[in-house]
Structure formats: C-alpha cells, structure tokens
Design a protein around this ligand. Sequence first.
Ligand code: BES
Ligand code: ZN
Length: 822
Amino acid sequence: MELRLPNVVIPLHYDLFVHPNLTSLDFVASEKIEVLVSNATQFIILHSKDLEITNATLQSEEDSRYMKSGKELKVLSYPAHQQIALLVPEKLTPHLKYYVAIDFQAKLADGFKGFYKSTYRTLGGETRERDGQCREGCNRECFSKEASLHLGPEGNPQSSGTCSQAQHSIGSEKYQPLLTKVKTIELEGGLLEDHFETTVKMSTYLVAYIVCDFHSVSGITSSGVKVSIYASPDKRNQTHYALQASLKLLDFYEKYFDINYPLPKLDLIAIPDFASGAMENWGLITYRETSLLFDPKTSSASDKLWVTKVIAHELAHQWFGNLVTMEWWNDIWLNEGFANYMELIAVNATYPELQFGACILNMLKDFLGEEKFQKGIIQYLKKFSYRNAKNDDLWSSLSNSCLESDFTSGGVCHSDPKMTSNMLTFLGENAEVKEMMTTWTLQKGIPLLVVKQDGHSLRLQQERFLQGVFQEDPEWRALQERYLWHIPLTYSTSSSNVIHRHILKSKTDTLDLPEKTSWVKFNVDSNGYYIVHYEGHGWDQLITQLNQNHTLLRPKDRIGLIHDVFQLVGAGRLTLDKALDMTHYLQHETSSPALLKGLSYLELFYHMMDRRNISDISENLKRYLLQYFKPVIDRQSWSDEGSVWDRMLRSALLKLACDLNHAPCIQKAAELFSQWMESSGKLNIPTDVLKIVYSVGAQTTTGWNYLLELYELSMSSAEKNKILYALSTSKHQEKLQKLLELGMEGKVIKTQDLAALLHAIARRPKGQQLAWDFFAQPVLRPRKISQCIKDTNYERQGSGNQRLCHHISDYQKLDVRVYQEG
Ligand code: BES
Ligand code: ZN
C-alpha cells in the first residue's frame, strides 16, 4: 500500500461539523466531502488516525439533488499507514461528482498532535483544561484535518479544497478557527452552534481550530485586515508588542509581495502547550508562549528579537507556503528556507535596529541582485497562487523575472545599473540559476573553499565541509565523493575595495590577482553559504590585519572570519590556538554583533573544556578570557539601556563574566538576587541581566528552592524560561535529577519544556553525564526520549528535540577531538 493517497478521487469541498466536550474530553464530528472522480474506482482512500468511524455513506450528485439518502459504505482500516478505505458497492464513474459523508468520534488527544487538550494556570492558581486545538502534523487524528482534509494531510500537501465549518461551543468558550464567523445558533441546553465562512482554496495541513476562553487585543492593518493576538486570560498584558509587530509586518509583506493577504482576519495565538516554536496555519497562527508574548518586566532584548523573528517567519508563510504550497514534502525545506530568509528582510526593513543574519537564499539574492530577486518572488507567488509548485518553478521565476519585466515595463532590468555589478552578467543562460541551485538543494551540507595564495595567483579547491570527521579519518574520502557545488564566490583584497566575483564550478580552479596583495578575504559580507580556509600564510595575514587595524575589514567580514576560524577548529583544520590568535583583536572590536559572535564561540569552547574536567586548560582559558574582556566587562552597567545590540552584548558579557566566576560580577548578581528575594520577588531586575541574577541566586539551596517555587507561580513564560535555565546551572546533581523528574512528570515543568531542560542540563559539567544516561540508556530511557533519539535520524535540524540530540552527540565528539589535539 502506498503512503501517498491515490489521485483517483479528488476532494473539492469539505463541510465540517465538530462538537467537542471539554468536560468528558472527547468530541463527536461529521463531515461531508464533495469529490470529483478522475478514474473508475471502488475505493475511496482517506487518512485517519485514532478515530472511531461510526458511519460512512456515499451520494452521487444526482442522489443529492433529489435528496436521496446515501448508500452505506464499508470501512476498512490500515492503521500502519494511518489510512482507511471506503468500499463502494459499484464502481464510481469518472468525471462525476459524489458526496462522502462520515461520522466519527475520538478522545481529545494527550500530547501535541491532533485535536489535543492544553492546560494553563490562572493567577489564582486554578488549572484550566479548557482549550483544545488542532495543529499541524496532526491531520490524521484531528477532526478538522479528518474532516476537511484527510485526502491529503500529513502525507499530501497538494490535496486541497475549500472548507466550511460548524461548531458547538459552550458558554463563553470561543471557537477560534481560521474562518470568520457568519452566525451563531442557540440550541437546547445552552449549547451554541457557530457557523463559519467557506475558506479560500487551501492545503489540508494548514487548517487549525481552537476552543478556548482566551482574551485578545486587536488592530487593523492599512489594507483593512483585522489582526488579533490571543493569550490565556491573565496574559493579555503581554500581547501588545506582538500586535504592534504583526500589524507592521503584515503591511510590509503586502507591499513586498505586491499581493494582499487574502483573508479578512489574522489571529495569532499563544498556546500554553506547544511542541515546536510556531506553526503557520492560515489565518490562525499558533505559537509557543515564548514565541509570541512579550512581558515588559521579564522579557529581555533577545526575547523581543525572537518574538519579532518568529512573527516575521510565520507571516511570510501566509504567502510562501500557504498561498503557494509545495507539491510534496521533499520541497518543504524551501518553505522553511524562504520564511527564514524573509525573517531577515522583514525584520531589517521594519525594525532596522534589530538587523541580523545569512542563508542560501541570501546568497542567491546577492548573486541575482535584490530587485531581480524580489521581482522573481512576486512573479512566482502570482503565478502559483492557490496552487502547488516545485523548487524548479521558483528557480525559473527568479531567472525569468528580468525577461518578463522587460516585456511588460520596457527594459527596466537591463538599464538598471545595479544589475551590471552583480553576477547576472556572468549568467547568459537562465538554466544556470537552476543548475547552480540544484547543487545547493540536492546535496547534503555545505562546501568548504580552500584558498592558497601563490604569488600572483590564487589556487582554489572545494570540498564537502565535514565536522566531526577529519581529513585523516578513513571514512573522510568516501564522504567527499561526488560532491560538487556551483559556488558564486566573492572576494576582496588588501590592495583595493573592489568586490571581485567568480563562479567556482569545478573541484579546483586558479585565479590571477591583478596586483600584489598581503591578504585576500573571500565571501564578502558573509553573503555566501560556504566556509573558507586559507592555507599557507593566509590566516596569519588576516589575523595580522585584524590586530593592526580591524576596520579595514567590514564588520560582516570580521564576523565571517570569526565564524570560519572556529568552524575550522571544530573540523580539525586549525588548532584552537589559531582561533585564539584571531580573537586577540576583539579587545578593540567596536561592532557588537562581531563581539557577540566571538564571545559565543569562546564561551562554547570554555564550557567544552569545563565539561571535560581538565582543570588546567579551562583555568588557562578562563584567565585568558577575563584578561582580554575585563575592560569591556567592567564597562557594562546592570541595566536595560542602549540599542538592542548593546543590550544583547551586555547580557552575553555579564553572563560570561559570572560563568567565569569574575568576583565583581558574582557579587553584584548575588546582591540583586537577595534584594529581590527580600522584596518577595517584587523588585524589578533589568530584564537583560535577569537570567544571570537568577543563575547566581540558584547556587545556594535556599535560592534554588525559592526559584523553583516561583517557577510554578510565574505568569510569564519568558521568566519561567530564565528560571528553568538558572535551576539547571546548579552544581548539585540531585537538584538536576529532580528537574529531570519534574520534566518527565510534565506538571510543574511542562513536557513542551523537557527538551530545552535536557539541553541546558547537558551543557553543565555536573549535568552532562546525567543527561546522557537519561536518554541514552534503554532502561532509563522513557518513551518521550525515544522520540528524541528517533529524531536524530533526520538530517534536518528543526525542532527543539532534534537540536537537543545533535547538540549532545556533537559536543561529545568535539570535546574528545579538542582534547586529543591538546
Ligand atoms: N512550519 C514550521 C513548523 C513546523 C515545521 C511544524 C515542521 C512541523 C513540522 C514553522 O513555520 C517553523 O518554522 N517554526 C519554527 C520557528 C521558526 C521561527 C523558525 C519552530 O517551530 O521551531
Ligand atoms: Zn517555518
């Protein structure tokens, strides 16, 4: 049996009805699907998971017209593929329409999939179990997917149709679907039946509905879309930033894509139990609380940046992903890649002070030029609106956008002076974009460019960048075979500011340098998605330049150098010494993002050493770090002042200082913590240092216990995250063990936070072994952790669980290598 559903019965429209019972925690539902038959068949195959189908009937269009009742269908199920087959007595006739009606029921699910229940605590301490929601990836268990979509669900993004819904709700509970409500009918016993409009044509995996008693704030965009932010009743005061940001970002996207958001409303909702960070359901975007809520008292500058990024990301999906959906899941990375890319564009355009980032699409934008890139995107979205598309369709739109706009607007592209300065002049053929992008999308990983300067020529070589497997390892060669990228290279030299460009399409190549130069820097502004290794004196020349006058290299180039040097240490191509040589210059660095980059790598290496318990090396590194960063650490104030970058840098520097036991830092944090405890948690601590203060406070048993109490009571998820992190920094194993137990129990520490907790514990010297045993030993390994191990089979580094698994195994490998190297 195939995993994909056959294309013989095509869904056109779904009528859904659901009646959830939030007391007995179950629901009954019925649906009527209008289908078109393309080939004669005796089976209608649908997806279904954990549903009890109580009745299934079929009507022809004619039966329906004459109100004839439907014929009973036999239901066969194949749980292994989460499929059911409805057996039709006589073969269905091609090109005719039919109506399939199904009644079913199920329990509201535990966990995060399907129509599941979520709980929240009120200020008064009551736990409410009053919200159920259906979200992505749940299609087979979830009513709305069942009803509306199971002809496609998880398996089948292209299956689409329109849908209309009816729903029962109780008293003040609101039914919150992606649709707008048309009417409410009052039934006996106080039941309310809400009716909703028919949707636009859409993919099945994007339907969501929620029953809850949440409160909201709303605003209207300049084009008239009503945007609302929902949160549990006591968190309404944390919704204002999200409203402001989403109104701004929705306006931005409508202009950028030149296509209006097609629904009359957009809801963004913070769900107390949510497996991933957020999900882009059309018109009803669901978020983990920390991805949407901003609490002025406890959310830091980096929390704000995160909220902004997640909103920007999910709003981008409303076009790229929802309006145009990938034909099959193999292209889903492009959805995500594009949304990641738009995060940068949107945040940079709407909140310039928050600027960050690079990715494959950014490289393509740099290659094509910004204007052509945007035109291509618009063309793609317009051409494939309410339809499915493939990777290749995007590459064609991007390479054709110039030609088509020439046709309609009289040659704008070719007369655009910006165009001649980028790689387009090299292209000639449109096929080249597709050919180039295929090397980035169909191959795993990223390339490493190895550069060697030899007098007036540069010898270039590309290989697959591997971390954890070193050149001298026996498997290295096999892992390199058949890997080749088309890399759009850019470089500048010590002798001029000119940006040179070259496409590297072969394993090796040689470039002539126009003049004598002391250093060459590849990947200008870090726009490319590759790592560069300079052989011979290459790194030394660059390090000398950084130490003499770092400003001759652009800030993004300095960030790129720091990134590459540490990546190469991890890959065994450079010694840690070389990376430390480079970071010497950071004492003079004035760019906060560059300093932050350097600090984050140094901290990573420090923690690695600390975990290996080789005290002389970690003590040396500690002294080194404090010696070089003391002046800038001592300049920091314990406040929330300054730009976002200043604030994030302050958090990082003070955190490092306290982690390194820098006495003035520990003293200040301990002082703030005891004042805060004396005030019974009422004192406002600056948000950017909150995590540091809690972490220092958590080192005493009294402080730790107090924080755990507060963890349960806090109404701010941003604060709870900081407390949980602080609790995990304890040096007492029994405390860490207690946290793991609470996480497994899922009451005080919600299951959604278990992955982050394990990650935090695994990073501590006293926690590494504990976390490893917890998830690596089959006897100790509970079911939730098995999922995590299963996740490591995926190459994609997506959700928190996967990231956790990667981290633990990567660190262990890397730790060993660093120490073997000495
Ligand atoms: N569509 C994804 C979430 C998703 C991906 C759910 C795959 C299920 C399977 C969403 O747009 C997303 O990317 N969410 C991220 C947060 C985002 C800001 C990067 C997440 O949940 O981690
Ligand atoms: Zn996404």
